[in-house]
Design a protein around this ligand. Sequence first.
Ligand SMILES: *Cc1c(COP(=O)(O)O)cnc(C)c1O
Length: 340
Amino acid sequence: MTKPRLFTAEAESATAQSAVVALSGIEAAAARIAGRIEHTPLVASPSLSRLCGQPVHLKLETRQPIGAFKLRGAMNAVLGLTDDQRRRGLVTASTGNHGRAVAYTARELGLAATICMSARVPANKVEAIRALGAEVRIVGRSQDDAQVEVERLVAEQGLTPIPPFDDPEIVAGQGTIGLELVADLPELACVLIPLSGGGLAAGIAVAVEALRPSTRIIGVSMERGAAMEAAIAAGRPIDVVEEETLADSLGGGIGLANRVTFALCRDLIDEIVLLSEAEIAAGIRHAALVENEIVEGAGAVGIAALLAGKVEPQGPTALIISGRNIDDAAHRRIVSGASA
Ligand SMILES: *Cc1c(COP(=O)(O)O)cnc(C)c1O
């Protein structure tokens, strides 16, 4: 996959859609959420640098208060609401980390939050959200079922929806990672970004494309249910069957009525890499045993892509280590090598 650089009519209309999120929106988000989220560390990985023959750095979003980057987008979106929207209470559907981010944001700002999620979501993630004081509703077997419940609560009870990725304020919030990357590693040449609904990848890509246009943007997903990859290949959002995967935070579709992230990811991502479950497990294991970091499957896909030799970076490279919220028992099992 290459960026549509040719000035065809199609590329021009795609570029017009992409302007939904601009660098100025990301800079505004950074100012708004400053002091409420961490400017996370960017640390060198001697081991991965040796492996690749290039400087490789880990962007540790695991160090956010909720253990994942999703706080950036949620905090930005909620701080942008009117008083009336805030008073009605927040509602969202989530595979875990976005729900946790909305719950944390609600608690910080003194608001009510209801989090709808499917029965597939791991128990540790459900408990973490309850512990943050939000109401949890378990609905159906897929994110789509949970989303239907969100729409019902919005229509019938007037709650304020906070979408997980397909929203300009969410994308702008996640894009603040891109600003930090360029500030902390001005010679950035390549970035590997875990890819699901595309809020993270779109936000970082808009920032990095504006500030360091030659940087290679690589999205990384699992083979089992890579919704954005399938959509880009098909030329439009399509239904993708949700499957069990070690990268559970990357599960779910991008929405058939996707408004924001599909066009941005299609236009700005240079390449998408897909990983097997064994490769993802190897990434989690390396993170724990070599980098000394507890990282969930979704957060370890950048490491996994390098270990598997599926990406050969040229120049200083950053891996977005997007989250650490993995069930303890599952983590021990994977690290000990008991499950591939
Ligand atoms: C949500 C999430 C992602 C993917 O983010 P999208 O914006 O949906 O692409 C990656 N890693 C972790 C840990 C997540 O929680």
